[in-house]
Design a protein around this ligand. Structure first.
Ligand code: HZT
Ligand code: MN
Ligand code: MN
Length: 425
């Protein structure tokens, strides 16, 4: 990391700042321990300091907090590869001149990122063992709706799909690495010993910010989380214009495998999940066709100027290979055109999908809140005909633990911007 954040958000009491996030997004304390930072020594006596700062739950349209609609930049990072050295000088001058071309797109990404930081901060302040996963995703998604200014029913009436949730909130536990979000009636409770990957998407005019972190309460997982956070930061550092995807994978793998974690007397070398990957992102498209591996895989494809990538890594105490399984919650429309569904229920469901999500991913809960009922047969028919793609939960072996960190980066001509970077990760 070469430069300090140029990100200076206006100082506003948005009600989300009363607790400083720990660097590992670990929620403390253990239920049985006193947290020293919560007490103040006064006249030799300990006094609770908890109620000192008033919590104002001021989550509102983020445009009210940025009246000029210019959103803060992410972390600027120099390209460090040899072939990019002269870009930082020559290109910087040209870039500043024709800046305006892409300014709106970058500003949309920065707006989505600022919302992402505030949404996750709000969640981090509320997370406790024994919350239900449904409550967790509702905290995230309701905050995203408010910050993006979508109305009570979920969407802008004038400009549907213009901003809001980018994809279903992932809350995958333990051996499940990705693509779990509760369906209606799910009773899963977050426990003290769980390892939860929180994957949040925010989109502004179709530009998706995709960023994830891992939540634990028990410090025994610290090395696992550090391994994955460092592996992701390595992927971010190695990324750049003309960099080969396989070389990024090789660097990620080396860092990931340099860590060990001891759990219940057994030592595990942290492995990357070799069949999971980062990806580029297109307008209203969560995966744009390029995959960023977590291991050296020989892919000679290069990153290109102007692209927008989600750099994500997963580390595991298991096999390092995930398989699809469990009830599906995540879906997205496939590319291409398909005949109008024969089934009238499938046809009307497809209209709901087109009107509300287009090509963005969504989950069953989002259909429920739009008033869709008994749609599973119709949905499965759309899946069977290839109109809709299922994204089932992805899990390593039973009993293993997986962690994830993910950032969205922008490859500007002269420098890259880690647009989702925050104080927390
Ligand atoms: C698919 C469906 C969703 C994209 C990565 C990812 C969460 O594993 C090419 C590379 C949300 C996202 C995605 F609902 N996936 N990032 N964050 N999941 S992916 C993928 O399917 S496709 C990686
Ligand atoms: Mn993600
Ligand atoms: Mn992603």
């Amino acid at each position: 990391m070469s430069e300090a954040r140029s990100n200076s958000a206006p100082v506003v009491d948005n009600g989300l700042t009363e607790k400083t996030a720990t660097s590992k997004t670990q929620i403390e304390p253990k239920p049985t321990e006193k947290n020293v930072s919560d007490v103040e020594v006064i006249d030799g006596a300990k006094k609770k300091n908890k109620k000192k700062k008033k919590k104002t739950n001021n989550i509102k349209n983020i445009e009210l907090l940025y009246p000029d609609l210019k959103f803060p930049e992410g972390e600027w990072m120099d390209y460090h590869q040899d072939q990019n050295l002269q870009r930082t000088t020559d290109e910087e001058k040209r870039y500043l001149a024709r800046d305006q071309d892409h300014a709106e797109r970058w500003n949309d990404m920065r707006k989505g990122s600022e919302i992402h930081r505030r949404v996750r901060k709000n969640l981090q302040n509320k997370l406790k063992p024994d919350m239900s996963l449904t409550d967790v995703v509702n905290v995230v998604e309701n905050a995203t709706r408010k910050f993006t200014g979508v109305d009570e029913n979920g969407d802008h009436k004038d400009r549907p799909k213009s901003q809001g949730i980018g994809f279903p909130t992932g809350v995958s536990l333990n051996h499940c690495a990705a693509h779990f979000t509760p369906n209606a009636g799910d009773q899963t409770i977050l426990r003290y010993e769980d390892v939860m990957k929180v994957d949040i998407g925010v989109q502004v005019n179709g530009y998706i910010v995709d960023s994830a972190f891992t939540v634990t309460f028990d410090s025994k997982y610290d090395n696992l989380l550090t391994a994955v956070k460092e592996a992701t930061n390595t992927g971010v550092r190695e990324s750049g214009i003309d960099v080969r995807l396989t070389d990024i994978g090789e660097a990620i793998q080396e860092v990931m495998e340099s860590y060990e974690v001891e759990l219940n007397g057994k030592t595990y070398q942290v492995k990357p999940c070799r069949n999971l990957c980062g990806h580029n992102i297109g307008p209203y498209k969560i995966h744009g066709g390029k995959s960023v591996p977590l291991v050296k895989n020989g892919d000679q494809t290069k990153m290109e100027e102007g692209e927008h990538f989600a750099i994500e890594t997963f580390g595991t105490t298991g096999r390092g290979y995930v398989i699809s399984g469990g009830e599906v919650s995540h879906y997205a429309k496939n590319e291409g055109s398909f005949p109008t569904p024969a089934l009238s229920k499938a046809k009307s469901l497809l209209k709901t999908i087109d009107d509300n999500f287009g090509t963005l991913p969504w989950c069953r809960r989002y259909l429920d809140r739009l008033g869709e009922e008994k749609y599973l047969f119709a949905l499965n028919s759309l899946v069977k005909h290839g109109v809709v793609e299922e994204y089932p939960p992805l899990s390593d072996i039973q009993g293993s633990y997986t962690a994830q960190y993910e950032h969205t980066i922008l490859l500007h001509p002269h420098k890259k911007e880690v647009v989702s970077r925050g104080e927390d990760y």
